[in-house]
Design a binder for this molecule. Structure first.
Ligand code: LFR
Length: 477
């Protein structure tokens, strides 16, 4: 056992969180999901908030379970945290929360979204400076609203920590902004790895709230105030879950793979040494988020399985076990292909009271009959997402001159045969799906590299690729 390395990944998603104990031995990573729990935001009055106390409680429970799952005498070497993008905690110098933590689907950014969207010159300036398009959830718009409507916050808060940064602080006592999660804010300079002063000024945000981002792999300190974990290093992994998922892609080194991290959102993109900018990129809403090492992940955010998760809530007959899921997908596969697909970019799908009603109203507007049952909606949603993935791919090909040869899918959607096949059909390319918790694997990879148990990411991917089970979906017309 002496050559094994044990690390824990805290991997928090908008609809579920998990703590995974990773064991690295003989060039092989084994995962043990020691704890999983549902996550949701809560609505108070007109606003949406995360329940941070519950998230931290669940993270601690998971870490205790990870320690309990270690072989006798073994020690946890490190822990790392990744979460969904954009959300943040405002704290004072002592680390006290001075403002409730909003959830990114909160509608309070709508006015700012429209304002920036309607001001062509400002929109172009912000995009040229940050490489991030104008999306309702951006931290920039969220903070702009808070500073404008609760001005006393400028006296109370001294730091803005993104959620992984905040959990790293609880674990280590150190306040840092990590680059990948910072890059989701629309406030990082696209040509450096620091904040864009012009953009902070544009949104009227106090620059002192932010510190120069650290790169993934930075060792923050040993775990504090958590005796069971004494000695373990807190490592700033790529704090953004999508950055972790992209790191975990067993991609071919020649750069011809398109990546999809498929979960609540579908993040369709690739890795690049340079950002994709300019009017076409702005129109296609290309988001130049950052990789742990500072390079770029140009990607398009397609609405993702949020559409299906939301629709399921409207059906009492929704599946509750893996077996029922398999039956739903198998029955939906047998239906004939829908004659018209959803426009998945419809802003009405962002956070509707009823997703089924939002879908029906788009269909009605376009004079298309609504599906009759859950099977019909499932088919329509998966085919429409497949088309959305293919459209994003073609837009990238057109903008960059790149030709993709395969599409790699990781995350929850990689298990959805209907979605993988629909993507292959619409793109005319093979889709390779990996049964892989990409976000947790990328999180662990960064820790193992920081601990020098693995040389670098290329080496990690080579070992991972050799082990992984993959399913290939050939395109059908
Ligand atoms: C996926 C994700 C996406 C981001 C969205 C909102 O979990 O992190 O990358 O655009 O959530 O933060």
């Amino acid at each position: 056992m002496s050559s094994s390395v044990f690390s824990a990944a805290i991997d928090l998603g908008a609809t579920s969180g998990r703590i995974i104990l990773g064991t690295w031995a003989n060039h092989r990573l084994t995962l043990n999901e020691v704890h999983r729990f549902p996550n949701t935001f809560r609505t108070l009055g007109a606003h949406d908030y995360w329940d941070l106390g519950t998230l931290w409680h669940e993270a601690q429970t998971g870490l205790r379970k990870a320690v309990a799952a270690l072989p006798r005498g073994a020690k946890l070497a490190s822990v790392g945290v990744d979460t969904w993008g954009v959300d943040y905690a405002l704290v004072n110098d002592a680390g006290r929360l001075v403002f409730p933590v909003h959830a990114y689907r909160d509608a309070r950014t709508q006015a700012g979204l429209r304002r920036l969207g309607n001001t062509r010159a400002a929109l172009e300036r912000v995009y040229a400076a940050t490489g991030i398009p104008n999306v309702f959830y951006n931290t920039s718009l969220q903070l702009e609203e808070v500073v404008a409507h609760c001005p006393a916050i400028e006296d109370l808060a001294t730091r803005c920590l993104f959620l992984p940064d905040y959990f790293n602080f609880l674990l280590s006592g150190r306040m840092e902004n990590e680059l990948t999660i910072s890059s989701t804010s629309q406030l990082i300079d696209v040509h450096s790895t620091n904040w864009s002063r012009a953009t902070l000024d544009h949104f009227r945000l106090p620059p002192q709230w932010f510190s120069k981002p650290v790169l993934a792999g930075t060792k923050l300190s040993r775990v504090k105030n958590f005796p069971e974990l004494a000695g373990a290093q807190v490592i700033a992994v790529p704090g953004h879950d999508t950055a972790c998922a992209y790191d975990a892609m067993p991609a071919s080194p020649d750069g011809t793979d398109l990546y999809i991290s498929s979960g609540t959102w579908s993040l369709v993109g690739f890795e690049s040494d340079t950002p994709v900018l300019g009017p076409a990129a702005l129109a296609a809403r290309v988001s130049n988020e950052r990789i742990g090492d500072g390079r770029y992940r140009p990607l398009t955010n397609v609405i993702g399985l949020w559409l299906l998760e939301g629709t399921l809530k409207d059906f009492a007959s929704r599946p509750t076990s893996d077996k029922e899921w398999a039956t739903l997908i198998a029955t939906a596969e047998k239906l004939s292909a829908p004659t018209a697909l959803l426009d998945v970019a419809d802003p009405a799908f962002a956070n509707p009271p009823s997703m089924r009603a939002a879908i029906d109203s788009q269909l009605k507007r376009r004079k298309i009959p609504a599906p009759k049952n859950l099977t019909g909606y499932t088919r329509l949603i998966c085919d429409s997402l497949g088309r959305g993935h293919a459209d994003a791919m073609r837009a990238f090909e057109k903008m960059t001159g790149k030709i993709f040869r395969r599409i790699l899918i990781v995350g929850g959607g990689s298990k959805n045969r209907l979605l993988c096949q629909a993507t292959a059909n619409a793109a005319g390319l093979p889709v390779v799906s990996f049964s892989l918790e990409g976000t947790a694997v990328g999180n662990l990879a960064s820790q193992l590299i920081a601990l020098r148990a693995v040389k670098d990411l290329a080496t990690f991917r080579r070992h991972l690729g050799a082990e992984l089970k993959q399913t290939v979906y050939a395109p059908r017309s």
